[in-house]
Unconditional design. Structure first.
Length: 70
């Protein structure tokens, strides 16, 4: 992970329940969004453009990734 992401303010969802195994997100310069695994903060992070993030969140909200949907 580059230095820019290390110095970023990462946060967990208020719906995460406060557990240690969460996804963390960060709002980055230029409207980008970073996502990483809280168990491995020094590990890789995914960076989405605003459009990519909006599409991902929309797909999640629409249930596109629900395993039960088959």
């Amino acid at each position: 992970m580059n230095n820019e992401l290390r110095e970023t303010l990462w946060f967990k969802s208020s719906k995460s329940g406060g557990g240690k195994e969460c996804v963390e997100a960060a709002f980055l310069v230029g409207g980008k969004v970073g996502v990483r695994d809280s168990k491995n903060p020094a590990g890789p992070a995914h960076v989405f453009t605003a459009g990519q993030w909006d599409a991902f969140v929309g797909a999640v909200m629409a249930g596109k990734f629900d395993l039960a949907r088959g």
